[in-house]
Write a protein that binds this ligand. Structure first.
Ligand code: OXD
Ligand code: MN
Length: 601
């Protein structure tokens, strides 16, 4: 099939990939409904995907990955810069020449007997000055159909590239044998290239997402003066109609999608407050002509964690999955070909197929201690389905950001919310994010690990240089920089119970954050930052649940725990970062010193 572009750089690269992988057939994805429907028909005929109930879930498909291929594989993910120092201590590194030499034989002829799909895609709205183009070649229809939801695919993507530019990210994906021992997710930031092999799991193979929009883009952003962050973007519309935009970085599976789509409590909706979703996972941020920081969501859909999503926890996400969505590794109700996952409702299907493909009696299977859906099972849903999608979603210039939030899962130490004294202090707070691990990546769940800016698995270069870039951006933005906050929805009491109701009630914390941005409310100045005065957190309607004693605990700064936290941060900076080649900016070490001094007072 003929190329869809005259761009000689794209065509030469695709020819090279064809020569390497030797597919029987090459199909360029033009993005047309006819072509995508033909691929849906083919994937359902071969059994790669399954149609779900077309009355209840029109256009929705089901897919099951290999049992050994259900999450991102951080230990098999590499950043191949020329020098090890440039990849830094948070990444696996290998010399690019060595990595190409290792992978080339694995790709040689890997698509024989298969079709290569060439997917042109845009990260960001077509025509946006912040958008960037990628081309992914893959032998997976599942990848094509997911990329169609997650990005803007097809001929239109080339509009931003033009006929001569070389500024596109080259993504090569081959399923090969889904062999976990030979699985590699490799970024070559200096070549604008990503090579992924032996996986079919979203985060490893939808190359526009983590690989491009975070790892490669963070590297580009440093060189070009912008930021690529693991952040949701939301707008809070106030009763007077003004919308304030907030971004928030939480590690994977810590509730970014839920916060991005929250429905405020009645005491807010009745006054006219509303939350609009711009993005649930990734933000690209750049200073605008007025000197403020503007954000776009480079994606076009949501790749959300299914378990725990229900009409109460996230009505808008659930509604987004009701048409033209793809479900991966959830359970199927065989009676009506609908989907189910833990936390959807209390009625697991009796006639079920669990995520690995076995037919089981759902309630009995669960009673025996099994899960019907994989804990990292996912939905891929078009953003346009979301009832609260922002009217600014496709605005090519993005939205102006007033506040940036960091957070993680922390049982203790970190209060419900506090504000950084300034951008440099906020950058320190970002560098100090740590969180209990989740099922989004392979490995143990529930272990506290450092995850600076929630970007540990996604910074495409030396973490110290990344922090320096944050500081540079702060200098550039000056007093127009967004205010920085930290939140923790996961603080527990002495009996191990969560103290904050979370979900829609997080609006109460956003409200305080917005008021701080508007200078409309005072705060307590503490050693760790500005904390809310108890009376400034609106508890209308949840007074029984969050009593004054509980709020006190939520806002408490326990000195002993903070002394431990500082000691751990020193160890982390010294042993995990500096001793391993992380070039920590002096200003951040000073912030840690200042925090220690304030706490000692
Ligand atoms: C994701 C992740 O899929 O962070 O967004 O793992
Ligand atoms: Mn994510």
């Amino acid at each position: 099939m003929a190329s869809l572009t005259k761009n000689p750089n794209v065509n030469a690269w695709v020819d090279e990939m064809i020569a390497l992988t030797k597919p029987d057939k090459v199909v360029w994805i033009d993005g047309s409904t006819e072509q995508l429907n033909a691929l849906r028909a083919e994937a359902t005929e071969t059994g790669e995907m399954t149609w779900l109930n077309q009355e209840e879930l029109p256009g929705c498909l089901y897919h099951r990955t290999a049992v050994n291929d259900v999450a991102r594989v951080e230990d098999r993910t590499f950043i191949c810069t020329k020098t090890k120092e440039d990849a830094g201590p948070t990444n696996n590194w290998c010399d690019p020449a060595e990595m190409y030499a290792k992978l080339t034989p694995m790709y040689d002829g890997v698509m024989k007997g298969r079709t290569m799909y060439v997917i042109p895609y845009s990260m960001g709205p077509i025509g946006s000055p912040l958008a960037k183009v990628g081309v992914e070649v893959t032998d997976s229809i599942y990848v094509v159909l997911n990329m169609d939801i997650m990005t803007r695919v097809g001929t239109r993507a080339f509009e931003n590239l033009g006929d001569t530019s070389n500024d596109f990210v080259r993504g090569l994906h081959a399923k090969a044998d889904i062999d976990p021992e030979n699985r590699y997710i490799v970024q070559f930031p200096e070549d604008n290239a990503i090579w992924s092999i032996n996986s079919g799991y979203g985060g490893n193979v939808l190359l526009g997402k983590k690989c491009f929009a975070l790892r490669i883009a963070s590297f580009q952003a440093k060189n070009e003066g912008w930021m690529a962050e693991h952040m949701l973007i939301l707008g809070v519309e106030k009763p007077d109609g003004e919308v304030k935009y907030i971004t928030a970085a939480f590690p994977s599976a810590c509730g970014k999608t839920n916060l991005a789509m929250l429905i405020p409590p009645v005491c807010y909706t009745e006054k006219g407050y509303k939350v609009w979703t711009v993005g649930d996972d990734i933000a690209w941020l750049k200073p605008g002509a007025d000197g403020r920081l503007y954000a776009i969501n480079p994606e076009n859909g949501f790749f959300g964690v299914a378990p725990g999503t229900n009409a109460k926890s996230n009505y808008n996400a659930l509604a987004s999955t009701k048409k033209n969505a793809i479900f991966t590794n959830v359970a199927i109700n065989n009676d009506d070909m609908t989907v189910w996952w833990e936390g959807l409702d209390k009625n697991p299907p009796v006639n079920a197929t669990e995520w690995k493909g076995a037919k089981v009696n759902g309630p009995e299977f669960i009673a025996e201690g099994n899960k019907l859906a994989h804990p990292n099972s996912r939905f891929t849903a078009p953003a346009e389905n979301c009832p609260c999608i922002s009217p600014e979603f496709n605005n090519p210039n993005g939205v102006p950001v007033s506040a940036m939030i960091f957070g993680g899962r922390r049982e203790k130490t970190t209060p419900l919310v506090y504000q950084a004294f300034d951008w440099t202090h906020g950058t320190y707070i970002g560098s100090a994010v740590s969180s209990e691990t989740t099922a989004a990546a392979t490995g143990a769940v529930g272990v506290l690990r450092h995850d600076p800016m929630a970007m540990k698995p996604f910074i495409g270069y030396n973490v110290g240089d990344y922090w320096a870039h944050w500081l540079e951006m702060g200098e550039k933005l000056g007093d127009k920089a967004p205010k920085i906050f930290n939140v923790n929805w996961f603080k527990k009491d002495e009996n191990g119970n969560f103290m904050w109701p979370g979900f829609g009630d997080n609006m109460r914390v956003l409200d305080w954050i917005i008021k701080r941005c508007e200078d409309a409310v005072d705060a307590e100045e503490t050693a760790i930052g500005y904390l809310p005065k108890a009376e400034d957190i609106n508890l209308e309607g949840i007074e029984d649940e969050v009593t004054p004693e509980i709020l006190d605990k939520l806002l408490a700064v326990d000195k002993d725990l903070w002394v431990e936290e500082i000691a751990e941060m020193r160890r982390y900076y010294n042993d995990d970062i500096a001793a391993k080649g992380g070039r920590i900016p002096e200003a951040l070490i000073k912030e840690l010193d200042k925090l220690e001094e304030r706490l000692a007072k």
